[in-house]
Unconditional design. Structure first.
Length: 84
């Protein structure tokens, strides 16, 4: 995920530098900068959301595993109590 973030950051910086050196009017340059910023922000937000979804999936799996282990522990304690 870091790699994608750094790629997007580098692409954004590169696009801004390219726009600054392009022969355009101030109005066109500002419009292009705003467009590039909006696209980069959207890409970062999408990547953030995907990362958050992956984290939530891992959390859900961990919770499920923990509940299963707790249930197994209770069953083992019950077996020991009835056997002993």
């Amino acid at each position: 995920m870091k790699e994608i973030f750094y790629f997007l950051l580098g692409a954004s910086v590169g696009a801004v530098v390219a726009l600054l050196f392009a022969p355009q009017s101030g109005k066109e340059l500002r419009a292009n900068l705003q467009s590039t910023a909006d696209e980069s922000l959207q890409a970062i937000q999408e990547e953030w959301q995907a990362g958050m979804e992956r984290i939530q999936e891992h959390l859900d799996q961990t919770k499920s595993d923990l509940k299963r282990v707790q249930q197994m522990q209770k069953e083992a304690e019950t077996e020991r109590a009835t056997a002993g």
